[in-house]
Design a protein around this ligand. Structure first.
Ligand code: AMP
Ligand code: MN
Ligand code: MN
Ligand code: MN
Length: 295
């Protein structure tokens, strides 16, 4: 008798291609070990982690389905709203053009952040953050880790509170694209557009509803409803919004690094009465059988 197949979708995760700590190969190995069946890598403004992840899955014959993804930073009413793209063609010119422009803004912003941190007395923040980013895309997360390594704050969250959040000494207003531009690029590339972690923007219910109404009006497809670190109340409230605004529901860990409270695939399930974003996805391809001792 075969055991019933439990399919676990984790549709939001990061690698060293942006501000994750695991390489694409390490991430897919961990996802499979955690029982994830369908994984989406959603690095900030880059798709560079996808190909190495695919190669690792094939080389290791992992029973894991990888779907292409990205997390695009947008600016809406002075808030930084993250829009996840699912299932896009990573090399579509509309997408690569937008992401290149986002990364140019990211570079300029990181340099401006470094200048401000120097004025705040931090030693060589540019090289510190660049080194942690392995000379690749630099996010505020890299600055935060560097400042923790210097001992100026006890953890990343405190660095944000003290230096990097809006209004703080190292904060530089970003020049991200609009929500509409992100949706358009994702759609042209054949993907679905999803509002990431709607509970994390510190928006009042009134403003969150405005955001979801505008996102729906702009043709957005889905919103994240389930995350692993979330109260049951928040999950059911977000499910209610998905119904009210006719959005499909997504779920994901937003995994960045191994830690005690966030894990790939953990606690990811959707409340009843909402439609999953994977509703119309093709049937899962047969996963690679695990390699045998004989090879
Ligand atoms: P950026 O895209 O450069 O603005 O950097 C944003 C990234 O920093 C997010 O994706 C998170 O990984 C991290 N981040 C943002 N806010 C916080 C926070 N309050 N505590 C810890 N990490 C944060
Ligand atoms: Mn991040
Ligand atoms: Mn995000
Ligand atoms: Mn994320």
């Amino acid at each position: 008798m075969t055991s019933p197949l439990r399919v676990i979708y984790d549709l939001h995760s990061h690698t060293t291609a942006s501000d994750g700590l695991l390489t694409p190969r390490e991430l897919v190995v961990r996802a499979q070990a955690m029982g994830v069946t369908v994984l989406v890598i959603t690095d900030h403004d880059t798709v560079d982690g996808l190909e190495p992840a695919r190669e690792a899955i094939a080389a290791l014959r992992l029973p894991l389905n990888l779907v292409a993804g990205v997390e695009i930073s947008t600016l809406w009413q002075h808030h930084e709203i993250h829009i996840v793209g699912l299932g896009m063609a990573p090399s579509h010119p509309a997408l690569t053009t937008l992401l290149a422009s986002q990364r140019a803004h990211r570079l300029a912003r990181a340099q401006a952040i470094a200048e401000r941190l120097v004025k705040a007395g931090i030693h060589d923040p540019w090289h510190g953050a660049r080194q942690l980013a392995q000379d690749d895309l630099v996010t505020r997360g890299h600055f935060a880790r560097y400042l923790v390594s210097l001992g100026v704050a006890s953890n990343v969250s405190n660095v944000f509170k003290k230096y990097l959040s809006r209004g703080k000494t190292g904060y530089v207003p970003p020049q991200w694209c609009t929500i509409e531009e992100a949706i358009e690029a994702i759609h042209l590339a054949g993907g679905q557009a999803v509002v990431a972690h709607p509970g994390r923007y510190q928006l009042s219910a009134k403003w969150l509803k405005r955001l979801l109404a505008q996102f729906t009006a702009a043709g957005g497809d889905a919103m994240e409803v389930a995350q692993c670190q979330q109260s049951p109340q928040e999950r059911s409230q977000l499910a209610g919004y998905a119904r009210d605004y006719h959005l499909l529901a997504s779920q994901g860990s937003d995994f960045h690094q191994p830690c005690a409270w966030i894990e790939l695939g953990r606690k990811l399930w959707l409340p009843g009465g909402i439609e999953p974003v994977w509703r119309d996805w093709p049937v899962l391809p047969a996963a690679h059988p695990p390699a045998t001792a004989e090879g």
